[in-house]
Design a protein around this ligand. Sequence first.
Ligand code: ZN
Ligand code: ZN
Length: 153
Amino acid sequence: MTDSNEKDALRQMLAGFGVELDDEKLERLGAIRAQGGSVSEQMQAVFEVLGLPKLDPSLFDSLAEMSADAETGEELADSVFIGPCPSCGFEKTRNCDEEPGIEDLTVGLCPRCGWLWCSECGQKLAREQPSCDNPECFLNGPDTDELDEPAAD
Ligand SMILES: [Zn+2]
Ligand SMILES: [Zn+2]
């Protein structure tokens, strides 16, 4: 049976969305896959099982495409949040959370061409100076300070 492989793939993909699968949900998801249909139809059924909001059907098509590319849920999450490389268009980009000397989730890295950029505003960054200094960028906006502001005395 290839069934368990398919469940593993689904489990990994959903882990990228922060969704834990238990055995009962896996049973129901297995039944959905057994029924067949297009990948995006199956994903819509999956979202129903998991109690997630209904999304635009075109979004399921994109998710299905991305999940076919991404090898793990983590990679899927990265490619969703970071987006394609602004320089070469490569889609399997990642964040720099574990990149020595950078360690910043908001910095995108293209493994193909080595481009570094701010994932919020798209500004090109350099390894020597990997923090965004674009005054227009969300990361540098006054709103982000307000979030940290202590309650007034
Ligand atoms: Zn690139
Ligand atoms: Zn920025």
